[in-house]
Design a protein around this ligand. Structure first.
Ligand code: ADP
Length: 243
């Protein structure tokens, strides 16, 4: 479903991603772990061209875009196959939860408001936010805001959802409800790539774990294999530090 080939990315003189290759199959939930600064978020953002990699190519559901000088139209086509859930929710503050979720249906899909609203209310129910549809982001908790972010990602039926540290801005007592929502979404069989530090979540939900360090994938494999029995010294040290 997602194929990254030889992804390189520099910021100025800093070579951040150093030829990353990654394949994610349909329905897989891949968790990307690694120390801060190892390039996890940058890698995730190259998938939908929020960061344009310098070299390599990205394929989503059979559609390939070369990263060097891509056509704008191709980037849009690829981007519409993906959705992203951000660390800081990225909700429109001046729109209600319902309006946030409807937005893309009305503007991108040109759907009639009544149909868009009905579909949005359905998705809000799935993430447990039916009662909060008419609230503004500032009127609900961080956990509820992030669940609205997840509803907004789901509404366009993407081929893959990218989660960028979805719980790291939350107060600890709100992390559980968001992880439970992500877990429920995973159980529907949608392909997901998740950057997170939540090892216990990875253990419960991931079909595969990828460990990154210094702009490269150091090792990847089955969840238990990587979390319990990593081969690489750097993975062992990282897991020791965070568990
Ligand atoms: P991680 O998600 O693993 O913590 P990031 O992908 O966020 O790592 O960042 C990797 C490196 O790239 C860091 O050194 C960070 O400072 C740098 N970086 C990320 N985005 C930018 C940017 N827009 N401009 C310059 N440097 C950046």
């Amino acid at each position: 479903m997602v194929q990254l080939s030889n992804i390189h990315k520099s910021f100025g003189a800093l070579h951040i991603l150093k030829g990353v290759n990654l394949n994610v199959g349909k329905g897989e939930v891949v968790v990307i772990l690694g120390p801060s600064g190892s390039g996890k978020t940058t890698l995730l953002r190259t998938i939908n061209f929020l960061e344009n990699a310098d070299e390599g190519s990205v394929t989503v559901n059979g559609f390939t875009v070369k990263c060097h000088h891509p056509h704008k139209r191709d980037v849009l086509t690829l981007r519409r196959k993906t959705a992203m859930v951000f660390q800081n929710y990225n909700l429109f503050q001046n729109k209600t939860v319902l309006e946030n979720v409807m937005e893309a249906l009305v503007t991108v899909k040109k759907m009639k408001r009544e149909e868009a609203e009905a579909r949005s209310r359905d998705v809000l129910e799935k993430v447990g936010l039916k009662e909060k549809a008419d609230f503004y982001p500032t009127q609900i908790s961080g956990g509820q805001q992030q669940r609205a972010g997840i509803a907004r990602a789901l509404i366009l039926n993407p081929d893959v959802i990218l989660f960028d540290e979805p719980t790291s801005a939350l107060d600890p007592e709100l992390v559980g409800e968001v992880l439970a929502t992500i877990k429920a979404v995973a159980s529907t069989g949608i392909t997901m790539i998740v950057v997170t530090h939540e090892i216990s979540f990875a253990r419960e939900v991931a079909s595969r774990v990828v460990f990154m360090d210094g702009g490269n994938i150091i090792e990847e494999g089955g969840t238990e294999e990587i979390l319990t029995n990593p081969r690489e010294e750097r993975t062992k040290q990282f897991l020791k530090r965070i568990t």
